[in-house]
Design a protein around this ligand. Structure first.
Ligand SMILES: [Mg+2]
Ligand SMILES: [Zn+2]
Length: 188
């Protein structure tokens, strides 16, 4: 069983040989904001408890921040691109501007290179920031996020929710109890 690191604990580095992190790419739903499936209503956007302080801490330390999010509801017609954009605007109102956004609007089976766990969005966001993937950390709430990061050559931290599967927690290279704990691990 993997030890969940509490926010109040002193955490150890991921490993001592890890390259310095220059950017953190966050999953959106279930990671930065409470997951409301196919949400198109800005009024329902609710950041998770430590999202604001985690982002503030990264920005204060000169680390770039981005979002990499699967939004298959656009492909399946459950969500309009306009509604999705309004939700993303609301997230930036509440949490501040992100340096980069990558959104996969495709569905499983379309074979796109961006839908997590494919590495496309992570590679692309890193390229836009001018940062090599090995200096990027991906933070997300499910195995897809972790694997998108690892598949891109980045590092990854899983921040589980109640809905995260046990197998995803057990197989994640690094697990943190919340976003602020994950950020402290990144900065160490
Ligand atoms: Mg998620
Ligand atoms: Zn895609």
């Amino acid at each position: 069983m993997r030890l969940l690191l509490l926010a109040t604990e002193i955490t150890t580095p991921v490993t001592t040989t890890d390259p310095a992190c220059e950017a953190v790419l966050f999953d959106r739903d279930g990671t930065l904001v409470v997951d409301v499936p196919y949400n198109g209503d800005p009024a329902l956007v609710q950041p998770v408890p430590t999202a604001a302080i985690a982002l503030q801490t990264l920005r204060h330390n000169g680390i770039r921040v981005g979002v990499v999010t699967n939004q298959s509801g656009v492909a399946t017609g459950l969500l309009s691109t306009r509604a999705m954009a309004m939700v993303n605007d609301r997230i930036e109102q509440l949490l501040g501007a992100f340096d980069v956004w990558r959104i996969c609007v495709h569905d499983e089976g379309q074979g796109c290179p961006c839908r997590k766990p494919a590495p496309g969005m992570v590679v692309d966001a890193a390229y836009e920031l001018g940062i090599p993937p090995r200096r990027v950390v991906v933070v997300g709430d499910i195995g897809r996020d972790v694997h998108a990061g690892l598949n891109a050559g980045a590092r990854a931290i899983l921040v589980p929710t109640q809905r995260t599967r046990r197998t995803e927690i057990d197989s994640a290279p690094v697990v943190a109890a919340d976003l602020l704990t994950a950020v402290r691990m990144v900065l160490r």
